[in-house]
Design a protein around this ligand. Structure first.
Ligand SMILES: *Cc1c(COP(=O)(O)O)cnc(C)c1O
Length: 371
């Protein structure tokens, strides 16, 4: 039977595991590889045109989907996702906070539209995230951990003729998260001079799986050279910095920070936007602009570039200790993590986890309840 909810107006069906069949969540003392451990439940919500559109939200035990081999999802790349976190807010045991989830809802909508998919209404997205987190919130690791939330949208139609699917499945899975990078301190990035992640007019702005697939060979080359991430350049001139791996790039000079402007081929990160707003609040000058990689490398050599980092939900802020360009290694700040990077990270994490006041109203508290 549909159950009413305090989290929104869409109907929710809950088919929960009995307590004795649930797993024991890991603690910070356990080995928690990123994205490998899932919680007891998942959320599924289908869009079925022949049944009037979006169906009730369904929370059920985590388990596989059964899909026919001719399903559109396996052939034409209609697939998008989101990545967000819930944090223990500290105050109450049964309360967790989301961080600016409205921005994820909006981005998910735009990603769907760009790939010709049925967009999930933002209120449905937000309710779904809260409903599932409410059921499995006990899996949220305390700082420096969190609960990683992975919403995704896939087509459900069958048949290998090329077209947009009519039916879709929106689903959410959760996993406890410690730190995304085993080596939390800093990353080395390899400047990619031939492959590109995205082009103007392409899908770089959408959070779709295809962008990640196309980035894999460059990532393998970077890893073989001893780097953790790829530094992507623009698709036209192979000259202007776009992103670092699946993070937005930020460069710190004496009196200002610089980050690539949202040109259309860059993923508009929630963390990027928050870093910009925080930095301005701290009195730093922020420029969203075109950033020439050759200038960056010269500035790193001369010491004019003080710090560099990547930012994204998974690792929040990761300092860049050096660039690899061909066979050359160019260190930033002699490979040490800089003070502005640390200050911004500390400020951001403190807001996310409730350690500091929330002057921008970024936190969205979810009061969870026994179930
Ligand atoms: C998700 C993502 C980011 C970071 O976005 P956040 O909203 O800050 O997590 C940056 N670049 C790419 C390519 C991404 O997919």
């Amino acid at each position: 039977m549909p159950q009413s909810s305090v989290f929104g107006s869409n109907r929710v069906l809950k088919n929960l595991l009995p307590r004795h069949k649930r797993k024991t969540p890991p603690t910070l003392a356990d080995d928690v590889p990123f994205g490998r451990i899932h919680t007891d439940h998942m959320l599924v919500c289908d869009f079925l045109p022949q049944k009037g559109g979006w169906q009730p939200l369904e929370i059920m035990p985590y388990g596989p989907f059964e899909l026919s081999p001719d399903s559109v999802v396996f052939h034409y790349g209609q697939q998008i996702f989101e990545g967000m976190k819930a944090y223990r807010s500290g105050v109450r045991e049964d309360e967790v906070s989301l961080f600016r989830p409205q921005l994820n809802a909006k981005r998910f909508f735009h990603s769907a539209t760009r790939l010709g998919m049925e967009p999930v209404p933002e209120d449905l997205f937000l309710q779904a995230v809260k409903e599932l987190v409410n059921v499995d919130y006990e899996w949220t690791l305390p700082m420096p951990g969190a609960l990683y939330i992975r919403p995704a949208l896939i087509p459900l139609d069958q048949g290998v003729s090329y077209r947009a699917s009519q039916a879709y499945r929106f689903f959410i899975i959760l996993s406890p998260a410690k730190n995304y990078y085993a080596k939390e301190t800093s990353v080395t990035v390899a400047v990619e001079r031939s492959d590109v992640r995205a082009v103007p007019g392409g899908v770089g702005e959408a959070k779709c799986g295809g962008n990640y697939a196309g980035a894999l060979p460059a990532l393998a080359r970077a890893r073989a050279k001893g780097a953790e991430q790829v530094l992507w350049l623009d698709g036209l001139e192979h000259r202007y910095v776009e992103e670092v791996g699946a993070m937005n790039a930020v460069f710190v000079y004496d009196d200002r920070i610089e980050t690539p402007g949202l040109s259309g081929s860059i993923l508009p990160g929630v963390t990027r936007r928050s870093v910009i707003e925080l930095a301005r609040h701290m009195g730093l000058r922020v420029e969203e602009t075109r950033i020439d990689i050759n200038q960056v490398l010269d500035d790193a050599r001369s010491g004019a570039l003080k710090e560099a980092f990547g930012c994204g939900t998974a690792a929040v802020i990761s300092a860049i200790d050096s660039f690899l360009d061909g066979d050359e290694r160019i260190a930033v700040n002699q490979g040490k993590i800089g003070t502005t990077t640390l200050r911004l990270k500390e400020a951001l994490v403190s807001i996310q986890t409730g350690k500091a006041p929330d002057p921008f109203a970024w936190r969205v508290a979810v009061q969870c309840n026994a179930h």
